[in-house]
Design a protein around this ligand. Structure first.
Ligand code: HSE
Length: 336
């Protein structure tokens, strides 16, 4: 049995969700893959937990839920994210701090510190990837560690691993899809229930899928970040967030959705990258088109030279769904 020690940096909805899923799936993963996942560190802004004999993931999850992490017997104020990464002997750092698309921080420093301390990194955090993709990949390579980020785009929907494993012989020519669950939810509720934009947005916030600042979702920035990550990793581009032409969904009215519907269309916020051009904008999509998925779903079509069009869909947000991709990356690294 191979033991893999994990530190989680950023113990909010996603980070604590990963702990919960580690607890739930630990026996299954031992049995199925011969890998024992042990949580040894948790880093937050105001302190953290370092315990090389193992932290009980459920105890930590419950304390995170009631915002009482400092009540954990091993909690130390000086053990913030950076110190946990440096000092706790973890094989893999799971970085799940909130996305910051301006500077990428604090995630960017966490990832760089992890690489320089020879730790592999798995993340769902889009910010660092959208502002410093090349630098991150280079630093991971220089330190001979792995860097995986399946959860950063499309939540549970596998795209990077799909391309890496199953489409290896293909050149990917373009990518197009719905990459933001919050916008898809709002547009779906407005169009099928006639619900107001404000009401639908507050429902999306209640579902816990919207960003802390929901303007990131509705103004298209979240989709743009994901598009940049896809363009760089899959199409080999060197783009940043600033290269994306962005229009969000705040101008879409119930009337325009109704008008589209009467003609057999729906309106979706589509991100697309083709011929080095990155664009996010509301688009008319025929109701029976594969991209016309509803609710919180994400969907992506990859245009490839050998396999033709490959379309994938799945839940693009949510702690448990995102943990599915994070653990897939963790297991992949452990197997290597
Ligand atoms: N706010 C994002 C969404 C979360 O709605 O898709 C997942 O990146």
């Amino acid at each position: 049995m191979k033991k893999i020690r994990i530190s989680i940096i950023g113990f909010g909805v996603i980070g604590s969700g990963v702990a919960k899923v580690i607890s739930k799936k630990r026996d299954y993963i031992k049995h199925r893959h011969g890998i024992d996942l042990e949580l040894v560190g948790i880093g937050e802004r105001n302190g953290g937990i370092a315990c090389e004999d193992g932290v009980d993931p459920i105890e930590a999850y419950n304390l995170a839920k009631t915002k009482e992490m400092e009540k954990h017997p091993c909690w130390k104020e000086e053990m913030n994210g950076i110190n946990v990464i440096r000092e706790v002997n973890a094989d893999i750092v799971v970085e799940t701090t909130p996305t910051n698309i301006d500077s990428g921080e604090p995630g960017l420093s966490h990832m760089m510190t992890a690489f320089k301390n020879k730790r592999h990194v798995v993340t769902s955090n889009k910010g660092p990837l959208a502002v410093a993709y090349k630098e991150l990949i280079k630093t991971a390579e220089e330190n001979d560690v792995q860097f995986r980020f399946e959860a950063s785009v499309g939540g549970a929907m596998p795209v990077f691993n799909l391309v890496r494993e199953c489409l290896q012989a293909n050149k990917i020519l373009s990518i197009k899809g719905i990459l933001n669950g919050t916008c898809n939810y709002i547009l779906t509720r407005m169009s099928t229930e006639g619900m107001s934009y404000e009401h639908a947005l507050s429902e999306a916030q209640e579902l816990g899928i919207a960003e802390t600042n929901p303007s990131y979702d509705v103004e298209g920035m979240d989709t743009a970040c994901k598009l940049v990550i896809l363009a760089n990793e899959i199409l080999g581009m060197d783009s940043t967030y600033k290269d994306v032409e962005i229009e969000g969904i705040t101008g879409i009215t119930i009337e325009s959705l109704k008008l589209a519907s009467d003609k057999g269309y729906t309106i979706k916020l589509i991100g697309e990258v083709e011929a080095e051009k990155l664009r996010v904008a509301p688009r008319l999509v025929p109701k029976d088109h594969p991209l016309a998925v509803g609710g919180t779903l994400n969907v992506m079509s990859l245009h490839t030279d050998l396999a033709g069009e490959i379309t994938i869909t799945g839940k693009g947000a949510g702690a448990i769904e995102t943990s599915s991709s994070i653990l897939s990356d963790v297991i992949n690294i452990a197997k290597r």
